[in-house]
Design a protein around this ligand. Sequence first.
Ligand code: ADP
Ligand code: MG
Length: 314
Amino acid sequence: MALDEFGLIQRYFTGLTMGTPDVVLGIGDDAAVLGLPAGHELVWSIDTLVEGVHFAPGADPEALGHKALAVNLSDLAAMGADPHGVVLALTLPQPDEAWCEGFAKGFGALAVACGIPLVGGDMTRGPLAVCVSVLGRVPTGGALRRDGARVGDRVAVTGPLGDAALALQLGDAAPLVLRTALDRPTPHLAAGCALREIAHAAIDVSDGLMADLQHICTASGVGATIRVDCLPQSPAFAAQKIATAAALQAAGGDDYVLCVSLAPERVADAQAALRAAGLPPLQVIGHIIKGDTATLVDAAGTPVALASSGYRHY
Ligand code: ADP
Ligand code: MG
């Protein structure tokens, strides 16, 4: 017999409530109850993925489950937060067991890898959409915000840029590593925590480097100069030797690396903290200046024009 809503929740989602010390009550009651260690604040975010807008009809549910959680965890990473709990609202045209199984597999594998318990959710009938809300925690006052960048800071990223955008451009011809960057991004949670007490400001690169860095500039009341020749490329990206590399790297989006602003004298501390966490080093790509705009320049300092600075929904 086909499973109903409660059967689907029981079979595929209840097992994703891990017994972390903060889960007082998980799935099954009217709401979840979570503890918060003394001296901490909650960091809270939500993201929705709609079929036909954020993913193609017929998208692999397992990859979707991964990505729906990953984009939310990336927001926690950008705040320097540790994962605390997550709730999941699914809107499905019908109670599709195979879809739920695939989705729960992708979502669950990343949840387990990142140590975040699924503590509740909702299931409704309607056009396919996935809404995920994550809770994180930081020591009180310790969240990494967008408004802390200072003139003279270095701007750096925690990983390569452009892989996902290149995968999108190449379509079926994209090598697996690039495809994986697009479909199953890895949230840089450990890097966010390692940089929490070092960086002045941070954002995760979801809409495109220059567009997201502009958010830091606007919030902080500063400008930025970014060197196009310093944007890090993955080996798979570099191997494609494409002419439009700068546009993909500076404006492509879906990178889910962190872009941080930090004092030049703290760069060595940041590298040490990342190394201690077993993570790759920061790549310095530019610096913060007086002004209000993030600008991309070449090695000679000449501004590089981009067709678009990033993805916008409207
Ligand atoms: P209510 O009618 O009180 O809103 P629901 O029937 O929506 O309760 O949900 C029953 C329980 O199952 C609740 O604890 C809820 O958090 C959980 N739940 C519902 N949908 C999901 C889901 N997609 N993932 C995880 N937990 C879910
Ligand atoms: Mg409900």
